[in-house]
Design a protein around this ligand. Structure first.
Ligand code: MF3
Ligand code: CO
Length: 291
């Protein structure tokens, strides 16, 4: 599958350098893993420096939007008002909300409250109440480059149980970030995230996970957080993907709203939390691009 080029040919990455001075060693290393039976990334998943620059600019908007929501979010606000802020800030900064119209999604952001796991649809009729926990999941397109991250917000006086779920879920993402290292596997990272959630008696949703991101909204690989060390795709410098575990206080079972076809809920009605970051695999670990 991995074709090696002639040593003096221009490198496939577009650097203009000779293959032998650029990605030849990199390719040989990947081939070794492939021959040992591992899943390895396709060349299309390795971002060029130009791609990384484009994704970073898109992420500046995504982070600014979430910062603005952090400043404004409060009890009594409707989730439609959150959607309005997303559209307003994104547009002013020259971007496009990636969610809007994505596979028919009707709004610019996902707002998922309490027992909603993800893909909550903003509405003027959904009003934030004291004690709610809400995930705001925002994605931006700028010049064809995609960024994707989400945060939890606690509204007013949140119960200690919900607060702990929010905090432990954030720790799960931090542990995920620490476990992104080149030439190790996504399963190493996924297992570390999962273990942390389980150690607090929580579960992680199995059917929905992270994804490659950057040149499209959702790229390969699928990133699971119920995976096993030594399995899943090899992480190599230049890959960009999200770390976004959905952590449930109770069962990992979920169901989708039959009426709107989008919103995912916990099967037992207990709360769920999620934080999401988008990371670039580097030579030594990873760089967080959007948070
Ligand atoms: N932002 C979500 C993710 O993290 C995807 C939302 S898709 C939408 O992958 F259509 F629901 F907006
Ligand atoms: Co995502």
């Amino acid at each position: 599958m991995y074709k090696k080029l002639e040593r003096n040919a221009p490198c496939w990455c577009g650097s203009g350098k000779k293959y032998k001075k650029c990605h030849q060693n990199f390719d040989e290393k990947i081939i070794t893993f492939e021959q040992a039976g591992h899943i390895v990334p396709d060349r299309s998943l390795i971002k060029t420096p130009e791609d990384v620059e484009g994704i970073k600019k898109s992420a500046v908007i995504n982070v600014a939007v979430l910062d603005e929501i952090g400043d404004k979010i409060r009890e009594g606000m409707s989730t439609q008002e959150i959607d309005d802020i997303v559209m307003d800030v994104t547009k002013k900064m020259g971007g496009i909300p990636a969610d809007l119209g994505y596979q028919g999604f009707p709004k610019s952001v996902c707002t998922s409250i309490n027992n909603e796991v993800c893909h909550g649809i903003p509405s003027k009729d959904i009003i934030l109440k004291d004690g709610d926990i809400i995930n705001v999941d925002c994605s931006t397109i700028l010049n064809g480059y995609f960024s994707d991250s989400s945060r939890m917000f606690c509204i007013g006086n949140v119960s200690p149980e919900k607060k702990k779920l929010v905090d432990v879920t954030k720790e799960c993402v931090e542990i995920g970030i620490q476990n992104v290292r080149p030439w190790t596997f996504l399963g190493d990272m996924g297992e570390a995230v999962h273990k942390h959630a389980l150690s607090h008696g929580y579960t992680i949703v199995r059917e929905i996970g992270g994804h490659g991101c950057g040149n499209a909204f959702h790229e390969d690989p699928y990133v699971s957080y119920v995976s096993t060390a030594g399995t899943e795709m090899l992480m190599v410098p230049g890959m960009v993907f999200t770390i976004e575990p959905m952590v449930n206080a109770g069962t990992d079972e979920i169901f989708v709203d039959e009426d709107n076809g989008w919103t995912v809920y916990t099967a037992d009605g207990k709360p769920s939390a999620q934080w999401e970051v988008e990371v670039l695999v580097t030579e030594t670990g990873c760089e967080v691009l959007s948070w």
